[in-house]
Design a protein around this ligand. Structure first.
Ligand SMILES: Cc1ncc(COP(=O)(O)O)c(C=O)c1O
Length: 577
């Protein structure tokens, strides 16, 4: 048999089954077992038997001729899905993974309702309206009975951003048409730390994307670069409240001032859409004095993800427009509803409605105080983690939520800083930079100098072995690129269900993983002398020993190093029973 570097598992499996099929031994055995099953109640059979008997029979990529008992399908799919990551330990995602039992019950009761069926489910529609009013109030939308705020639930912030962007484009076009000017070359500004949804809007709807590099101190929009990128074709600026890279907030106020100056000089009005996908809830409850919402005159629309820090279930975004007038007629469709007319302006028509119920449940259940307490806890935990990581000396933080206002992890303070006090409480949120509970960190320079062999991505891979999901990825393009800087980050989102116990375990695991890596390097270094002989064998030994030490958590007792004297190769341990 030749050794190939690629093995197609499906093909191989098929070959083995096919080899049996002329006599149909194996397949017949499965089929007769299946027939037998159809005559018995699946629940009567132990789960493991059901799954093992039908292994190889359930079609993966084609619909099979005969169906299976629901219980049997449940067992198979349930078992397969256990291979997914554990939601509680998914520290990579902003999407909420916590749900109250009562909310779950409501969801199950209403799982099959379509949010688009206004006529059939008017109460669901009413709950959506209540949520929009709550959000409008939360975001200080101007009170105006005739021309007040309006909005809609979406499948996520991405759809909400498309709607916010489209309104800016259509309004700009209408103005240009009315003035008899060219309206075919719109552009939009956004920072290089933007989430892909913002770029998608530009590409999908033929708007030139002007990506402004972020500053290399706080990894947020470099405000100095805005002015030179504006012109009469600029339909708007996307400002990000809660960067996915660092959790930092861009200053809506600063952008507003720059755009005001531009308008004073040129007469061109340029609006702002705030992408508050992750921070729309948190900022309102934790930083009530921070003006980022409709208090800023140029903010025409805001999106947030109900399924992130709104603490609802995946599949819910919100967009709220400052006034009815801002939403162009071309984006509205009239639907007949209970004898009246309802306006629809979402991209998706049919979509589940249970997330809206979950959102409304949270508003009633948590109230302002409940939301504040959860966010207070998340932010405090994130600061504990940041301080802990920096105290190890192995890591430095790139996120700034644990630093006093105006201080950044990289570079000089941007504003006159308040004096650094190590006595400030970690929950004294107004003392620190406003941000999401996101900890972005990387290997320190001292560590990388001492261990240049260790790739940072290995930290992520080894944490994954311990079930933690902590991604490692590149920082966005900055206005002053420095090739010598480490531009990769590990990122942890401290969500609701990262409890103190889990945080404690996480911190221990991070340290243990780093110790494994350091021990592994030390072990391999022991072999380096042999490398000097330049033989291929020595190279192989080094690779082998390195990988072996990682596989054994750097535990010397468990490792049988290659090329060590035979007597020391005998470890006395038993395999697991
Ligand atoms: C800043 C930002 N904008 C937009 C999105 C897209 O949101 P959604 O996943 O709800 O479509 C995300 C998602 O992480 C985000 O962090």
């Amino acid at each position: 048999m030749t050794l190939s570097s690629h093995i197609d598992s499906d093909e191989l499996e098929g070959k083995i089954l096919e080899a049996e099929s002329p006599a149909n031994k194996l397949v017949n055995k499965y089929i007769s077992a299946k027939k037998q099953f159809h005559n018995t109640r699946a629940e009567e059979k132990p789960a493991s038997k059901i799954v093992s008997k039908f292994r190889g029979i359930a079609e993966k990529y084609r619909i099979q001729e005969n169906g299976m008992e629901p219980r049997q399908v449940y067992e198979i799919l349930h078992d397969e899905l256990t291979l997914d990551g554990t939601t509680t330990l998914n520290l990579a995602s902003f999407v909420n993974t916590h749900i109250e039992r009562e909310a779950e019950q409501l969801i199950i009761e209403n799982l099959t309702k379509n949010l688009a069926d206004n006529d059939e489910y008017p109460i669901l529609l009413e709950m959506q309206q209540r949520c929009i009013s709550i959000l409008g109030n939360m975001w200080n939308a101007p009170a105006d009975l005739k021309n007040g705020a309006l909005g809609t639930a979406c499948t996520g912030s991405s759809e909400a951003i498309m709607l916010g962007g489209l309104a800016m484009k259509k309004n700009w076009q209408a103005k240009r048409k009315a003035a008899g000017k060219d309206y075919h070359h719109p552009n939009i500004l956004m920072a290089s730390c933007c989430q892909v949804a913002l770029e998608k809007f530009a590409r999908y709807f033929d708007v030139e994307e002007r990506i402004i590099p972020v500053s290399n101190t706080d990894f947020l929009l470099d405000y100095e670069l805005i002015r030179r990128n504006l012109d009469e074709n600029t339909i708007g600026v996307f400002v990000i409240l809660g960067s996915t890279y660092t959790g930092g907030f861009e200053s809506v106020e600063k952008v507003n001032d720059i755009l005001q100056e531009y308008e004073d000089e040129t007469g061109h009005f340029i609006p702002i859409h705030v992408d508050a996908a992750s921070a729309g809830f948190l900022a309102s409850f934790v930083y009530p004095d921070l003006a980022w919402d409709f208090r800023i005159p140029r903010v025409v629309s805001i999106n947030t993800s109900g399924h992130k820090f709104g603490l609802a279930t995946a599949g819910l975004g919100w967009v709220v427009f400052r006034t009815k007038d801002w939403l162009p007629e071309e984006l509205k469709f009239q639907l007949q509803y209970l004898g009246g007319l309802e306006e629809s302006f979402t991209i998706n028509f049919s979509r589940p409605g249970y997330q809206v119920i979950h959102q409304y449940f949270n508003f009633l259940h948590l109230g302002q105080k409940g939301y504040f307490e959860i966010f207070d806890n998340c932010l405090t935990n994130a600061r504990i983690l940041s301080r802990f990581l920096e105290e190890t000396g192995i890591f430095v933080c790139v996120s700034n939520l644990h630093l006093p206002k105006g201080h950044t992890a990289r570079g000089a303070p941007q504003e006159a800083p308040s004096p650094v006090s190590h006595h400030a409480y970690l929950s004294d949120h107004n003392y620190y930079n406003p941000a999401l509970p996101v900890v972005s960190f990387q290997l320190s320079k001292e560590f990388m100098d001492a261990y240049p062999e260790i790739p940072q991505s290995l930290v992520s891979a080894l944490l994954r072995n311990r079930k933690w999901i902590v991604p490692n990825y590149g920082l966005p393009k900055t206005s002053k690129e420095d090739e010598n800087e480490n531009n990769e980050i590990l990122r942890i989102v401290a969500k609701y269900n990262l409890t103190s116990q889990l945080l404690d375990k996480l911190m221990h695991d991070i340290v243990e993983v780093m110790e494994v890596l350091m021990k592994s390097v030390a072990l391999v270094r022991k072999n380096v002398e042999k490398l000097k002989t330049g033989s291929k064998e020595a190279d192989n030994d080094m690779m082998y020993n390195m990988l072996l030490s990682i596989a054994n958590d750097g535990n010397e007792k468990l490792i049988k190093l290659k090329n060590t004297p035979p007597e020391s190769k005998h470890n006395s341990f038993r395999g697991p029973c």
